[in-house]
Ligand binder design. Structure first.
Ligand SMILES: Cc1cc2nc3c(=O)[nH]c(=O)nc-3n(C[C@H](O)[C@H](O)[C@H](O)COP(=O)(O)O)c2cc1C
Length: 206
């Protein structure tokens, strides 16, 4: 039975190609930041509010003018179709079945923004890398807006990729992946000018 995140991770590991497992679960370099993040998360405890009534426990909150079931969102994770053909489609459907939470779709999603918005049945947010080609960034945002995405989540910490990520991004699994769903032209541009480099690196890195 799957009870904890570790259980889910173990099962995922048994099903995924090792290079893809490294991408999804590994960190950069010696993974010091990854370890520090896990330790920091482990130090967080729930704060019980006793004697406050338990008939209707309430975790809902309001973010950007909309009511959500809990003050957490689903973080953007690129390249989800590498793990499963349904990719982000499964993520938005699974999230919708569980609760009303913000789901952030990566710039490098493997599924169409339109189909994700239709499948979700609720608002989605778009994570945006400010690409060197500003017209590509603008096009992505406009398509998201037309599809009904409600908010942008700007990622500003990826001018360079960590070593682990670059290594994974050059494996054969990544080279087979198409990002034309969200960024038309990206894959071919990346292949033509920077063979063996990931789309993210080609578009944001130096
Ligand atoms: C496999 C993987 C892919 C990710 N892809 C993106 C992405 O496309 N855009 C982004 O802004 N952040 C991306 N992130 C960062 C996550 O959204 C998140 O901020 C980060 O993993 C920290 O949260 P965590 O400690 O819960 O893993 C990715 C993280 C992982 C592990």
């Amino acid at each position: 039975m799957r009870l904890t995140l570790d259980d889910v991770a173990r099962e995922a590991r048994s099903r995924l190609d090792p290079a893809l497992w490294d991408f999804f679960e590994g960190g950069a370099g010696e993974e010091r930041t990854l370890r520090a993040n896990v330790e920091a998360f482990d130090r967080l405890w729930l704060l019980p509010r006793v004697l406050s009534g338990v008939t209707c426990p309430e975790t809902a909150t309001t973010i950007l003018g909309r009511r959500w079931d809990a003050p957490v969102g689903i973080a953007p994770v690129a390249y989800q179709t590498l793990a499963h053909p349904l990719g982000e489609l499964a993520t938005v459907q699974g999230a919708a079945a569980a609760a009303v939470l913000p789901v952030v779709i990566s710039t490098f999603a493997g599924r169409d923004l339109d189909e994700l918005a239709a499948a979700r049945g609720g608002p989605l947010w778009l994570q945006v890398y400010c690409l060197r080609d500003r017209s590509m960034t603008r096009g992505l945002i406009e398509r998201a807006q037309q599809a009904g995405f409600e908010a942008l989540v700007l990622t500003v910490d990826a001018p360079h990729l960590g070593r682990g990520c670059v290594t994974c991004a050059t494996t054969s699994g990544f080279r087979r992946t198409s990002f034309r769903r969200t960024l038309p032209g990206t894959t071919s541009r990346c292949r033509r000018h920077m063979p063996g480099r990931s789309s993210l690196r080609a578009s944001t890195g130096r």
